[in-house]
Design a protein around this ligand. Structure first.
Ligand code: CA
Length: 225
């Protein structure tokens, strides 16, 4: 899942970025409304965290411009004070949810998960493919009840595949949703990580779940299906 954080206060932006990365999200940061709009129009995000008080184009305007251009990415607004008018104006600008600063990071993450789930049209936080299970709350993975240890990138890649279980995921989709801006799409890093996942998820089991679709991408499904 790839998230854009639009926040001009550098320390706050770094704090949010670090916390989200720890949860295995791919994160880009914009320090102004203009930069945020540019990134949101250039890349494909699963969620935008948007501060209201920004120099130049403020958060309300960013939100309205995105909606006017047809971008329906979930937006979580951050308001500096608990002002009901700000919240109403924010929601009316097209934000999906808001949070007042300072906030408890646990609540922030819970709201992020809610908005991402809504996007997936899923109400479950436990993804399953055959006997492979991924718990999106605790960020744990197991197969046939046996825990599997994954690095943050391996987890993010497996989560993305499992969210699209039974459907082909292209290399472009993976590069857009699992990695942040620093990703070099011409490298073979996706293959490398797919191989890491195969070793951990499939190697010890007769039924293989991760399949390559030559020249296109990958699909996760039980072979028998
Ligand atoms: Ca600000």
């Amino acid at each position: 899942m790839r998230i854009l954080v639009i926040e001009d206060e550098k320390r706050m932006a770094a704090f949010i970025q670090r916390g989200l990365k720890e949860q295995h999200y791919a994160v880009d940061v914009a320090n102004s409304g203009d930069e945020g709009l540019f990134l949101a129009e250039t890349n494909t995000y699963d969620l935008i965290v948007l501060d209201i008080m920004l120099p130049g184009v403020d958060g309300f305007a960013v939100c309205r411009k995105l909606r006017q251009s047809g971008n329906n990415v979930p937006i979580l607004m951050l308001t500096a004070r608990d002002d009901v008018r700000d919240r109403i104006f924010g929601l009316d600008s097209g934000a999906d949810d808001y949070l007042t600063k300072p906030f408890a990071f646990g609540e922030f993450l819970a709201r992020v998960r809610v908005l991402l789930r809504r996007r997936q049209h899923e109400n479950t936080t436990l993804l399953k493919v055959a006997d492979l299970e991924l718990d999106q709350i605790h960020r744990t993975v197991s197969r046939a009840g046996k825990p599997i240890e994954l690095t943050p990138t391996e987890y993010a890649l497996l989560e993305y595949l499992m969210l699209h279980a039974g459907r082909i995921v292209t290399r472009t989709m993976i590069s857009e949703h699992v990695w942040n801006q620093d990703f070099d799409s011409f490298s073979n890093v996706i293959n490398v990580y797919i191989n890491y996942l195969r070793k951990k998820v499939d190697a010890d089991f007769p039924v293989k779940l991760i399949h390559s679709i030559r020249g296109v991408g990958y699909i996760i499904k039980a072979e028998a299906q």
